[in-house]
Design a binder for this molecule. Structure first.
Ligand code: TXA
Ligand code: MG
Length: 337
């Protein structure tokens, strides 16, 4: 397909970035890499372009978009008032995998924020995203570039698989370094609340500003132990294979895993194992890619050993729970994709 163009992840070619910026200014959609996952970008203040994002992703209009900015001044211009911990957090974690939910400035369109009074803002650190933001000099709205409900894309191939010709240009810079999305932190509450665990761990936020809460639904989900059933619920981050979770102490999980493997073999089912228990960074980096790989292999079941809750483990657990469609995760489905 000729809508995919290779770009150097470290030193993006100027002509490629200029072409992408021109498409955005023409009201088009450009998929681009960030350090977390690929985003599906449109100019945030262009209503027609925003509408195209929702159509391409088949995303329901109640789910607000993240607005990406190239600098802190632009971020400030999109908010109403500046929350107390914003400066300290932005200084330490921007550019990076951290998104702030803040009161929105009046000129930020309701179409972007799903008609909420708040807007989600992030300054990505990936050189390609940074170059694109610099070339446009404007805020870029960009949800993850997957079809709604599917695993987020960590490679250009994933974007093509889900969106194909619905996107005008895909900037292919190879696999994204982090593999899970940004942490979404609500700064309109005090103490701030993590709405979605992600690339910046809770521990690091607390080191920077003190107490940080976890949204109660995230807390319930990630604390929830045991095998989650397939459920009847709408799934997110969902591969086609059924996802079964193995939680608890690692030796217990391994025993349970072996038992399930034997059972599945007897039933003649095919399976795929996710088991980076001891390395949450690697688990995060490969999680969505492996889910898609399992589908490519037509696995019936994905058996996933849950990582511990600290560091990036919290984000991995959250995504696995949603992919499994566990009832606890489903409760929260309306809030966070
Ligand atoms: O790493 C990321 O954050 C990636 C890259 C492309 O930047 N983007 C991403 O966007 O994951 P998306 O749309 O897939 O997820 C955005 C999350 C959703 O869970 C959405 O509900 C939440 O942010 N969100 C956006 N605006 C919000 C708001 N005003 N209040 C509460 N949550 C909000
Ligand atoms: Mg998403």
């Amino acid at each position: 397909m000729n809508n995919v163009v290779a770009v150097d992840p470290q030193a993006p070619q100027t002509d490629v970035i200029e072409r992408a910026a021109a498409i955005l200014y023409g009201g088009g959609l450009v998929a681009f890499p960030t350090e977390t996952v690929y985003g599906l970008g449109a100019l945030a203040l262009n209503l027609k372009a925003i509408h195209k994002i929702f159509l391409a992703k088949e995303r329901p209009d109640w789910d607000p978009l993240i607005v990406h900015v190239g600098d802190v001044t632009l971020a400030r211009s999109l908010m109403k008032g500046v929350p107390p911990s914003f400066e300290a957090l932005a200084n330490q974690f921007w550019p990076g995998p951290l998104t702030f939910v803040v009161d929105k400035a009046d000129h930020v369109p309701g179409e972007v924020t799903a008609h909420r009074p708040t807007v989600a803002l992030r300054m990505p650190g990936h050189p390609v995203a940074a170059a694109l933001l610099k070339a446009t000099g404007a805020p870029i709205a960009a949800p993850s570039a997957n079809r709604f409900g599917r695993p987020s894309p960590t490679r250009a191939e994933h974007v093509l698989e889900d969106l194909a010709s619905r996107v005008d240009l895909i900037l292919d810079a190879g696999p994204t370094p982090m593999g899970v999305e940004s942490t979404v932190l609500d700064l309109t509450q005090s103490p701030p609340v993590i709405l979605r665990p992600g690339g910046v761990p809770r521990e690091e936020l607390e080191q920077a500003i003190g107490e940080v809460h976890l949204a109660s639904a995230v807390e319930d989900e990630t604390a929830r132990a045991g095998l989650a059933g397939p459920g009847m619920s709408l799934k997110h981050y969902a591969p086609h294979a059924r996802v079964e979770l193995l939680d608890g102490e690692i030796d217990e999980s391994v025993i349970a895993l072996k038992r399930r493997v034997e059972e599945l073999k007897r039933e003649g089912k095919t399976f795929y194992i996710l088991s980076n228990y001891g390395d949450s960074r690697l688990y995060a980096q490969t999680l969505f890619d492996q889910m898609r790989d399992a589908d490519a292999q037509h696995a019936d079941v994905i058996l996933a050993i849950m990582p511990p809750t600290h560091g990036l483990g919290l984000a991995v657990r959250d995504r696995l729970l949603r992919a499994s469609g566990s009832p606890a995760a489903a409760k929260k489905k309306t809030d966070h994709e």
